[in-house]
Write a protein that binds this ligand. Structure first.
Ligand code: V47
Ligand code: SF4
Length: 370
């Protein structure tokens, strides 16, 4: 019944959200009630005011590389087109030499390492990769392994999750990415990703990472049969977890890519993606950054997301795989210049950043030109 709220509740939620104030639960739900074209624009205006208070006209991106060492995974999440069985034609396994050669060639500011749940790249091999990367590139930001992988590493190595997190941090991991959260709904968990950890475990592992001093991101997969109530509950669960442990840096809404032969033929529309972005910005008063993730939403919608509350466009991302194996028609990587130009065309000042959202040397040059 949360979504049956009045115009007055909606207006009050917008006013408080625009000032980056904390919304009550009912106000957060009021934002998602009856998303009409008129309300979508009002959500956008409030979220734009909120992100301007925080970041002015600046929008950031990072020069990064996604490393997916192998796509062999037995979890069989229904929405995933990336995973393969060993004998599938699209199964692949990278070697350490392949990975290091890619990093050597691109010299990224950040690497984002995630793979499937498999014994081809088990925990000790992933740990050794992090050690090698840290040794070779002392300044590289290593964002690696989802909570799902941490749980799997613990299970398969007989160690506790806290032990794994400490060991990865010592080896050189700087932060955990936000994947594997899907949407915090027991109903959808049972239906779509029952072979891996569910909502409560995901939150618990992120809070454990915060305790050992590893900051993390958080995602939300939407547009695959989820409801607005489930989306707002997801945001409020994250807000509560952040109040307790404080280590979430960035929230990333992930627009579902239907892929081929999946259970649903369409992902969310661009307008729905903008509404989710704006509601996230208004409801998550305690999470600093909202990412507009172009491989899933499309470059144009991601750029528009900067006016609906997002302040970051993620990265240039060489060779994105997860969205593209699910049929995304967006480019597989964007050059630095194209990223800066996209942000400028959307009306914002591009600023290149490092893995901790600090401006890099290139940033000044980019901002001066706009
Ligand atoms: O966990 C899988 C999602 C996630 C599909 O932390 C799909 O900075 C849409 O988490 N359609 C991985 N989404 C990507 C991810 C991420 C991306 C960018 C930045 C960060 C960060 C994290 O992709 C998975 C899953 O939720 N996913 N299949 C699909 N068909
Ligand atoms: Fe495996 Fe992750 Fe794909 Fe699920 S989403 S099948 S865990 S790779």
């Amino acid at each position: 019944m949360h979504l049956l709220s009045s115009e007055k509740d909606f207006e009050r939620a917008l006013e408080k959200g625009a000032r980056a104030e904390r919304l009550t639960r009912d106000e957060a739900f009021a934002l998602a009630a009856h998303i009409t074209p008129d309300r979508l624009h009002r959500l956008g205006r409030a979220a734009l005011a909120n992100r301007r208070l925080r970041y002015g006209g600046k929008a950031t991106f990072v020069f990064n590389l996604q490393i997916n060492p192998a796509n062999i995974c037995g979890a069989r999440c229904t929405f995933c087109n990336y995973a393969a069985s060993r004998n599938d034609p699209h199964a692949y396994v990278m070697s350490e030499a392949d990975i290091l050669a890619q990093v050597d060639r691109l010299q990224p500011t950040e690497v984002h390492i995630v793979g499937g749940l498999n014994q081809v790249w088990p925990y000790p091999r992933n740990l050794a990769l992090v050690q090698q990367l840290r040794h070779r590139y002392p300044g590289l930001h290593i964002k690696a392994f989802t909570a799902v992988e941490i749980a799997y590493f613990a299970k398969t190595s007989g160690q506790s999750e806290a032990w794994i997190l400490e060991a990865l941090k010592t080896a050189g991991v700087d932060a955990l990415p936000g994947g594997g959260a899907e949407i915090f709904s027991e109903r959808l968990w049972r239906q779509h990703w029952k072979n891996k950890i569910g909502p409560q475990e995901w939150v618990r592992i992120h809070q454990m990472a915060h305790e050992v001093g590893l900051p993390t991101n958080a995602t939300m997969l939407f547009g695959f049969g989820d409801t607005w109530t489930e989306r707002v509950e997801h945001l409020l669960t994250l807000r509560r977890a952040q109040d307790e442990s404080g280590g979430f840096i960035c929230f990333i809404p992930l627009a579902f890519q239907p892929g081929e032969g999946k259970f649903i033929t369409h992902g969310p529309t661009a307008l729905e993606t903008l509404a989710v972005t704006a509601i996230a910005r208004l409801a998550l008063d305690n999470i600093a950054h909202i990412k507009s993730y172009w491989p899933m939403s499309g470059v144009e919608t991601a750029a528009a997301g900067l006016s609906w509350g997002a302040d970051d466009m993620d990265g240039t991302i060489s060779e994105e795989r997860i969205a593209h194996l699910a049929g995304a028609v967006t480019p597989k990587g964007l050059a630095r210049e194209r990223m800066a130009e996209t942000i400028r065309m959307a009306g914002f000042k591009p600023q290149e950043r490092d893995g901790q959202h600090r401006a890099t040397m290139n940033a000044a040059a980019e901002s001066d030109r706009s």
